[in-house]
Design a binder for this molecule. Structure first.
Ligand code: SF4
Length: 239
């Protein structure tokens, strides 16, 4: 990844622009946000059923060489997710890009490298957390996933989250936040706020790809990440 000259070290840049530690938790009910209708259909309904005790490997096996939506037609590799299956922190993006499609791993391109630096700025390693996306196959030309594609694929995300049972889910960008919170509100309306989500705390922040285009937004993201650190009891590493 090549960063702009003003952001050679995103982690340092993020940390340097941090203004304060997290304010007190203000957990919100998801129901306080407007609900958008979920796509109907047996695929969604069946896949949304959590099988008690299922593992990430079980879910991956269930996906198989998935052809449940049109996105399978353009994929090189299905990008299921990577990281610690017992992670306390899960990052959820929207979908694979070119590099992820080629390598079969989420967040490995320029935005992925920035995410790794964000994780390290939190005193964690990439392998400590779990990273996945709402859809597992690359949308053509990096377009946003369509609602019907999200409707078919996101139940597998829900099952991943149920299997991991993280303390914190951090949504990266509007797509994952809107999907999990079932809202069509813009992310700037609720970014940095806490929500209860099926036994986890959920917070949404900007996508690293957005930060590559808008480096000044790193300060907002760093505030959000500090809130996550406070919940997880993480301390900044001494330099
Ligand atoms: S995006 Fe999800 S539902 Fe669609 S083909 Fe890929 S794995 Fe299957």
């Amino acid at each position: 990844m090549s960063m702009t000259s003003s952001a050679k070290s995103p982690a340092n840049s993020i940390a340097a622009t941090a203004s304060s530690m997290a304010p007190p938790l203000a957990a919100k009910s998801v129901s306080s946000l407007p609900i958008i209708s979920a796509p109907a259909g047996p695929t969604l309904f069946e896949a949304a059923e959590r099988v008690p005790g299922e593992t990430l490997d079980d879910i991956r096996a269930d996906l198989g060489e998935c052809t449940r939506c049109r996105l399978h037609k353009g994929r090189t590799k299905l990008v299921f997710g990577v990281g610690n299956p017992k992670a306390e922190l899960v990052f959820v993006g929207e979908g694979p890009g070119h590099d992820e499609d080629v390598q079969g791993e989420p967040f490995v391109g320029r935005a992925g490298k920035l995410l790794t630096q964000m994780i390290e700025a939190m005193s964690l390693r990439r392998e400590d957390v779990y990273i996945c996306n709402v859809v597992k196959c690359r949308p053509p030309e990096n377009r946003l996933p369509d609602k019907d594609e999200i409707g078919v694929c996101s139940p597998f995300l829900l099952r991943q989250l149920a299997a991991i049972q993280p303390k914190v889910i951090c949504c990266l960008g509007a797509c994952s936040a809107q999907t999990l919170l079932a809202t069509n509100q813009g992310i700037s309306r609720f970014r940095g706020e806490w929500f209860d989500f099926r036994g986890s705390k959920l917070i949404a922040t900007y996508h690293p790809a957005y930060l590559l285009r808008n480096p000044p937004a790193k300060s907002e993201v760093w505030k959000d990440l500090q809130k996550v650190m406070a919940v997880l009891g993480l301390q900044l590493k001494k330099r």
